[in-house]
Design a protein around this ligand. Structure first.
Ligand SMILES: Cc1ncc(COP(=O)(O)O)c(C=O)c1O
Length: 448
């Protein structure tokens, strides 16, 4: 597969042209990559009006993912999520305020989209024993119940899969329900770009989602910020037509060519022996998981590239992360209950041996764990109105009864405990304590 974007940048770096254009480094090396760091000038195309080398590179990505369109983002899935919500808004029927049905474990960029685009959210809450803010399993039946009871069809249903712990939703089943009720399924697949290259593919575009985003940088060899916005062949026509505009609405007018070049080179990498490398790595991860289990560690069911370890009695996920750090291993995420490791084919076998050796044998028991009180709560203002309200910072311990004004999240996983406009419940106060959130921003109200 060709790499039109990277080839152009490299040729320009070697051309000896005098640079009387941005960026200001003029190709001189400060960090080390400035020679190929260019901007939108003659021949270099333009991300949001692409018809040259960027369009050719995006076409390569489109072919690889088998979508109707795959567009680049140099500003992560965060930009794509805002763009996807804009597309849902312009596709909405009827005149009432737009509603999005969403599983509660959204990344905060979804709430930022609600702030900017002013839509209402109908939450799907987790059920059963809840051990993390990161998970929110939604069954077909749950979704069907919600959609059946809504007066008006929502603009979209929004699901995060894989979630931060590696949990995967039934995208096929959920997309069938969405289409039966005349709405679309949007998937935050930030953690799952690689799912396309499994046999069979588990990518949302192959399971019936209408649009999704992938953070290429999370699981593929792409530098931070590189992401895809995918549009399925069955999605409404307007999506392909307006996607670039939707991305431009929320992006910089100077998108990074370095990030785009990384996406461009990744196309070539994916088109060569990636599938085999991925399969081999998944085998190594499975072996590693088996050894960890034999050594007494409890693992969660995850997508193939994650290893999520549960903390036994008397330990926390944060404590396990510290042990790993002392052994020169940095994890992706840890909280009181879990530690999450993300692997890719770029990890080598020594990495897995180091992991196994660092953790050693676990002699502690796993008793029944607490269930977190993540529950339906009353919302008294729109997200947007709350965010634009007068506000004050208070200790999270004093939050009960106040209206949330600003997202209260620990980052990672950047998943909200309280959403702007919601009345902070006693349960939320407990969750703030559990996740170490000390201060919260609330709407200023008389009487408090
Ligand atoms: C589930 C999920 N969605 C979206 C994002 C945002 O992705 P990006 O960092 O590519 O903007 C993240 C970031 O960690 C995430 O975990």
């Amino acid at each position: 597969m060709q790499t039109p974007l990277y080839d152009f940048m490299k040729a320009y770096a070697e051309s000896g042209f005098t640079r009387f254009h941005m960026p200001g480094h003029k190709g001189k090396k400060f960090v080390g990559y400035e020679d190929i760091d260019i901007t939108e000038f003659y021949g270099a195309d333009s991300l949001y009006e692409a018809d040259g080398i960027i369009a050719a590179s995006e076409q390569n990505a489109t072919n690889l993912f088998g979508t109707k369109n795959t567009f680049y983002s140099a500003e992560g899935s965060s930009q794509c999520i805002r763009a996807m919500m804009y597309l849902a808004m312009i596709n909405k029927k009827g005149t009432s305020r737009p509603k999005i049905v969403a599983a509660r474990n959204v990344h905060k960029s979804f709430i930022y989209a609600a702030t900017l685009l002013d839509f209402d959210i109908v939450w799907l809450w987790p059920k059963g024993d809840i051990r993390s803010l990161c998970s929110c399993e939604v069954s077909r039946d749950d979704l069907e119940d919600t959609l059946r009871n809504m007066e008006e069809t929502p603009a979209a249903v929004y699901i995060t899969s894989p979630d931060y712990l590696g949990g995967m939703a039934d995208i096929k089943g959920l997309s069938e329900v969405c289409h039966k009720y005349g709405t679309i399924l949007i998937v935050d697949n930030a953690h799952g770009a690689y799912l396309k290259f499994l046999t069979p593919s588990l990518h949302p575009m192959d399971l019936g989602a209408d649009i999704c985003c992938d953070s290429a940088h999370k699981t593929l060899p792409v530098v931070t910020g590189g992401a895809y916005l995918h549009i399925s062949k069955d999605a409404p026509e307007s999506f392909g037509e307006y996607a670039k505009y939707a991305l431009a609405l929320f992006g910089s007018t100077s998108p990074s060519y370095l990030i785009m070049a990384s996406l461009d080179l990744c196309n070539k990498y994916l088109s060569e022996s990636y599938k085999e490398r991925l399969e081999k790595t998944i085998g190594v991860i499975e072996d590693c998981k088996e050894i960890l289990k034999t050594n007494g560690w409890q693992l969660e069911k995850t997508d193939p590239l994650k290893i999520t370890i549960s903390a036994p009695d008397g330990m926390t996920g944060l404590g396990i992360a510290d042990i790993l750090r002392r052994n020169r291993i940095e994890c992706e995420y840890s909280d009181p209950e879990y530690v999450v490791l993300m692997a890719t084919p770029e990890n080598n076998e020594e990495d897995f041996s180091r992991l196994i050796n660092s953790l050693g044998k676990n002699e502690r028991a796993y008793s029944d764990k607490i269930s977190l009180p993540i529950k339906n709560t009353e919302s008294v203002m729109t997200v947007r109105n709350a965010v634009f309200s007068e506000h004050e910072m208070i200790s999270s311990k004093d939050g009960y009864g106040r209206i949330c004004r600003e997202l209260t999240v620990a980052c990672p996983p950047a998943i909200p405990i309280a959403v702007p406009g919601e009345i902070i419940s006693e349960d939320m106060v407990k969750l703030f304590e559990y996740y170490g959130v000390e201060n919260i921003n609330v709407v200023k109200q008389a009487g408090f």
